[in-house]
Write a protein that binds this ligand. Structure first.
Ligand code: SF4
Length: 214
């Protein structure tokens, strides 16, 4: 147990070093474009929404997992800069929808390329390690979501359309019932606009299989 705790501690220190490196890069590149990391995250989130999706302030708060005041402030600044536009809902006039302007979309695309320095670090790892690392991250994210430590993200592991290990094909063992296609571990989604939360039975089944998957 003590040995495990010592190893956990080292893993946590490793995560915090990676997180600090990403934060530093994010600040450095954000300050060149005069936007904060939170504003960058909002732009990237809106860019990943479906064209016809309604995005309220509370959707952004839920996704980012920060306070409503922080999001409200960031959205106000992005709106003043002409990067976000707000429109009143057609069916419900109380609903304010947030979408990107063309200028906002362009900046959002640049923002999503910020972690390219991490690509270089990942490039040196053997190809098998990439998938293994990705699966480990999915399991950790799911576990933290269940414990309410981080916001829920719309990932395959919790989706009603996800059929884990449906096929014997190692490259594409899973099935997405939404697009009706097989797919592999590397195509598992972490934030899919077509995600529908799975019922409790499917969630349990997928989770029990996934947690033991190597
Ligand atoms: S709809 Fe999206 S989240 Fe659901 S299984 Fe298909 S790809 Fe995954």
């Amino acid at each position: 147990m003590i040995e495990n705790l010592q190893l956990y501690q080292k893993i946590i220190v490793g995560f915090s070093k990676l997180s600090q490196a990403m934060k530093n890069k994010s600040w450095e590149r954000g300050s060149q474009r005069k936007i904060s990391p939170t504003q960058g995250q909002i732009l990237a989130f809106l860019a990943g929404r479906k064209k016809d999706a309604i995005t309220s302030l509370s959707d952004i708060v839920d996704h980012l997992g920060v306070t409503a005041a922080t999001v409200s402030d960031a959205v106000r600044i992005l709106t003043e800069k002409g990067l976000i536009k707000k429109t009143v809902g057609l069916d419900d006039k109380r609903l304010i929808n947030h979408t990107l302007t063309l200028k906002g979309l362009k900046l959002a695309q640049e923002v999503s390329e910020w972690p390219d320095f991490m690509n270089q670090a990942l490039d040196v790892l053997p190809a098998d390690d990439h998938e293994r690392l990705f699966l480990i991250l999915i399991k950790m994210i799911r576990q933290l979501q269940v414990r309410g430590e981080i916001p829920v993200s719309r990932m395959c592991a919790t989706c009603q359309y996800f059929r884990l290990n449906m096929y014997s094909d190692n490259q594409r063992p899973h099935h997405c019932a939404f697009v009706n296609e097989p797919f592999g571990n590397r195509n598992l989604r972490l934030d899919c606009p077509d995600h529908q939360e799975a019922d409790a039975q499917l969630l349990d089944k997928n989770w029990n299989e996934l947690i033991n998957k190597k």
